[in-house]
Design a protein around this ligand. Structure first.
Ligand code: ATP
Ligand code: MG
Length: 457
């Protein structure tokens, strides 16, 4: 069964007629001076994607209800199959490239690959023949802050931006209301908006899409999910995650070296992961140097006979050193609630890394055998680096497909990789709640097998 239908501009604009896209897709026709004469002979985007093309999101045949595990509550359910819409260029497009004013925006926190996506959106828009492309500086704020000017974007401007991390456009949290954003879009004549951001940004994108529909503005709002935590539903992975795991390993390795070079050394690394511990789990799995991995999805005790400290004591006796890797959202229940929120209204988390560091120091001091704790929080170092090769490719494909989606007339959608293929999703479906690690999953159990840690409850 097809999991859901995609919102399309023709749903509201009954008079909206498709334009055959061949006129702008003739690869032989140079669209910018730089590429004169350099196109492959194919007249199209090497073939179009039909609106009915589907990607198999999930197919699992369980031979028994036991192997289905948490996936399946119904004992008779042994077959799961779900399909989603395939991303890519359509034969019919709904915007004349010469009428398009496209805007790109990056919101939330930094994530490796933002510049790669911006770059690819601009390049693809140019290939479609779009001349008017701008960047809105510093997230949604850039729409209303009079001091912030839109940044004209061309292939020339974006050519090398992927070589450094961060975002060419800048990011921010909080900002204007949806009504103000859409007012500003109307005023600027923006009819394609590419939104790079996390769950908050995507919630904003849906609200902008809804407001545009209410005002009957022919605007395509297309998201590219930016979440280093990899916590977007239905997607294999989001860009930046791979890079983050790779870089996180370096921090773990440093913690390992520190711990093993110290007398009774404990290396402690706090990694990103507000509600899901994918980075911590994957970095622990890949490094092979972690003894204890703590994630938000698996509750744990610090004290008591089955607590983290008791296991640490055992590790120090046995191996003389230990390495802990903790996701920032882990063990929040153990910390004092602050009720503080950031500019976007997100709860400010307590610092579990510092808390564990203090508890470890206290515990071993009271035991009369102090431990030498080395605490590393590499968060900002990881977020700011440039995307690695595999993320670079992911960003490229996502950026291109975001543009194809907008030209195809879809709005309120986002693009992701799913079961190794690229697909479009209605935004609300992927931000209903964060994607979490199932503590009963094989992957988490593989992590536990790798670290050798017990259940801390
Ligand atoms: P990150 O993963 O880095 O936190 P994010 O997109 O979730 O990314 P936020 O700071 O939560 O980051 O939100 C980014 C922007 O989206 C902010 O400018 C915020 O005002 C806006 N926003 C957040 N939630 C909503 C919402 N429910 N409706 C409209 N706009 C929203
Ligand atoms: Mg968020």
């Amino acid at each position: 069964e097809l999991r859901f239908s995609l919102p399309h501009l023709t749903d509201i604009f009954k008079d909206l007629k498709p334009i055959p896209s061949t006129f702008c897709l003739k690869m032989r026709t140079p669209v910018s001076e730089e590429f004169a004469g350099g196109y492959p002979s194919d007249e199209k985007w090497h073939g179009y994607i039909n609106n009915n093309d589907r990607v198999l999101l999930k197919v699992i045949r369980y031979s028994s209800p036991t192997s289905a595990g948490a996936q399946c509550i119904d004992p008779d359910c042994t077959w799961v199959e779900q399909w989603v819409h395939r991303a890519g260029p359509r034969e019919n497009i709904y915007f004349r490239p010469e009428d398009v004013k496209a805007a790109i925006i990056t919101c939330g926190g930094l994530c490796p690959g933002l510049n790669d996506v911006i770059r690819q959106i601009v390049i693809t828009l140019e290939i479609y023949g779009v001349k008017n492309i701008v960047g809105i500086p510093f997230g949604y704020r850039g729409f209303t802050d009079r001091g912030l000017k839109e940044m004209p974007l061309t292939r020339k401007v974006v050519q090398n931006i992927h070589l450094s991390g961060g975002s060419l456009l800048g990011v921010s949290r909080g900002g204007p209301s949806v009504r103000e954003i859409v007012d500003s879009m109307e005023e600027r004549g923006i009819n394609m908006l590419f939104v790079l951001g996390g769950n908050g940004t995507h919630a904003g994108a849906v609200a902008i899409h809804d407001e545009c529909r209410k005002r009957r503005m022919k605007v395509a709002v297309v998201g590219v999910p930016k979440t280093i935590d990899n916590d977007i539903l239905l997607m294999d992975k989001t860009f930046g995650f791979d890079t983050a795991v790779e870089e996180a390993q370096r921090a773990i390795n440093s913690a390992y070296i520190e711990a093993h070079s110290a007398y009774r050394g404990v290396g402690l690394v706090k990694l990103m992961g507000r509600s899901s511990g994918f980075i911590a789990m994957h970095a622990s799995l890949s490094s092979g140097q972690v003894d204890i991995c703590l994630i938000p999805e698996a509750p744990f005790h610090i004290h008591g006979p089955h607590g983290v400290l008791r296991h640490l004591e055992y590790l120090l006796e046995k191996k003389g050193a230990a390495v802990l890797c903790v996701a920032e959202g882990a063990g929040q229940i153990l910390l004092q609630k602050t009720n503080a929120t950031d500019a976007s209204g997100n709860t400010v988390l307590g610092d579990i890394g510092v808390h564990i560091q203090q508890e470890v120091k206290k515990y071993f001091k009271e035991l009369g055998k102090p431990a030498d704790v080395k605490y590393i929080d590499p968060t900002y170092m990881i977020r700011a680096i440039r995307a690695n090769a595999s993320d670079g490719i992911l960003c490229t494909v996502l950026g291109q497909n975001a543009v194809h989606g907008a030209f195809a007339g879809f709005s309120g959608i986002t693009v992701g990789i799913c079961n190794t293929h690229y697909a479009y999703f209605p935004i609300p479906e992927v931000i209903k709640y964060p994607r979490l690690i199932d503590p009963n999953s094989r992957m988490w159990h593989r992590c536990l097998t790798s670290t050798g840690q017990p259940d801390f409850i």
